[in-house]
Design a binder for this molecule. Structure first.
Ligand SMILES: [Zn+2]
Length: 152
């Protein structure tokens, strides 16, 4: 990303939010001249990559989070609006904090945090699928601290 004023190629993102469908509005500051400018970036043109546990990269796909959430929230008191809200928030945060690649674990943690506030059962279901626990001990070990931190 080049600064439109001085053509320096390092900029810092100071604010970003999803605007029209598929586009991210970013407020940037040039690291050289310090001037600020706004960019509208098409998600399709610069898809963020997710770094999976084994090191492989796949394009970030909110639909995958949605299908995981829908399974976890099946027959639970979680509305579509709440699911949309989680996905939207996670997406906004990823584009806010990462420019090219995001560890899959980071996405999972963010979804955990939000889902835990909404419904404990869905949260545990989501966590158990997402983490691919090898056995029940791993499950308890990893989930323990998260459950302790829960509001109820
Ligand atoms: Zn500049």
């Amino acid at each position: 990303m080049f600064c439109p004023f001085c053509r320096h190629d390092e900029t810092k993102v100071i604010d970003s939010r999803a605007s029209e469908e598929g586009s991210i509005r970013r407020r940037r500051e040039c690291l050289d001249c310090g001037r600020r400018f706004t960019t509208y970036e098409k998600v399709e043109q610069a898809p963020i990559k997710v770094i999976k546990k084994d090191g492989t990269r796949v394009p970030f796909d909110p639909a995958r989070i949605r299908s995981g959430l829908e399974k976890a929230c099946y027959k639970r008191p979680v509305s579509n609006e709440q699911i949309d809200h989680i996905i939207y928030s996670v997406e906004a945060e990823i584009y806010d904090q990462f420019e090219r690649e995001v560890p899959s674990r980071h996405i999972g943690e963010k979804v955990f945090d939000m889902l835990r506030e909404i419904d404990q059962v869905s949260f545990v279901r989501f966590a158990s699928v997402y983490r691919e626990f090898k056995d029940v001990n791993d499950f308890v070990e990893e989930l323990g601290p998260m459950l302790k931190g829960s509001p109820k």
